[in-house]
Design a protein around this ligand. Sequence first.
Ligand SMILES: [Zn+2]
Length: 425
Amino acid sequence: MSRFGLSPRKFRRLLTQYCSLTRELECVPTFFLTAVTLKRHPKLIKKLCQYGVEFAIHGYIHTDYGMLSYQEQKKHFNKAIETFNKCEIPFTGFRAPFLRTNDNTFRVINDLGFKYDSSITVHWDVIDDNDGFTREARREYQRVLDYYNTHQARSYLVLPRIIDNFVEIPVSMPDDEIIMERLGVTDEDKMSSIWNDIVKKSYQSGEIFTIQLHPERISHYEKTLIGIIRDLKQYNPPIWLATLREVTEWWKERNNFQFRIEDEGHGKYRVKADCSERATILVKNAGVNVPVKEWFDGYQSVESRDFVIESTKKPVIGVKPDSSPRAIQLLRNEGYIVESGEQPDNYSVYLEGLAEFDKTEEKALSQKIEQTDAPLVRYWRWPNQARSAVSVTGDIDAITINDFILRILETLFTPIEKERKTSLK
Ligand SMILES: [Zn+2]
């Protein structure tokens, strides 16, 4: 509670600090905001909006929507949309309070036309057992990760994915809250080194690091954020710094890209790429008849959208016809050309044993393909030859101490919350 002053002044100062800082760094943050908080502070939010901040919906009230039915969630999210519209705050996305969802949450946000969700959490292995944390701190840390139903970055691909009509963009753990309140880290160098490790890991694997940094902790993380953003601009191939709306638009655009591939005989395959200008086309382990640029990890990037690849076999991934749709979707999402067939010799890479495929096997499959020395062509995950992506986000749950108390009361007096408490007993 000490984070919130009695007037909005203190929080306004923190928000302004966050916004001017990111502005200076040429980085636009995405803030998730509960509708009741917006209702109480429309002028302040409007001002930040004019400042260029991207806003998104963080529920009507700050409650565990993972406990609510489809109808109840729909009622809440509709009321939230109404509030945002009334206050003229544009939004396209959603993040659940407490990062808690159930299947209904995703159905509702899809049915209400949200463009993206960022509630699924992914945990990066950046907390070392030898870092000297107490057993209690480590237990707390694990307890929060369990509460969020966190996926593990060591096995799950940390990438956007299309679910029905919206894009899911995972948010990275540990976030500011866990690092400070659960692990008890207050040393800025230590905070920076934890997040820097995630930048490096996500760069190495070409994934997205969605930072969660709550505005109320910006004073503690100022140096960390400045360091991270300044550093990431030095990478080559670059790191794409984008808002979640921009990531969403890109992912949808990329989803329409296609390759046409024709066998011209004598080990030559013509590739025609149907894609936008900012698409990144990569080729590996093969000669190409147009200029290429060395890129990363043995890949070369190709500017041309019509070129010939030299390869003894068709440079596509063949999969056994019994492969699970989840596995095939993953390979397509990875930008490869995928064909189903019985003859391994017809393809530069042939995959079998994918009839049962679980999300915990994603990274292993992706790495297996990366390690092959077979000729391949693909669309890379990010635009303009970027290697990986970083997005800066934060939740605004309360602006004043009044909001903070109301936040507790609001959830206490909803019938659903009572139900939740009973079911937790
Ligand atoms: Zn929140």
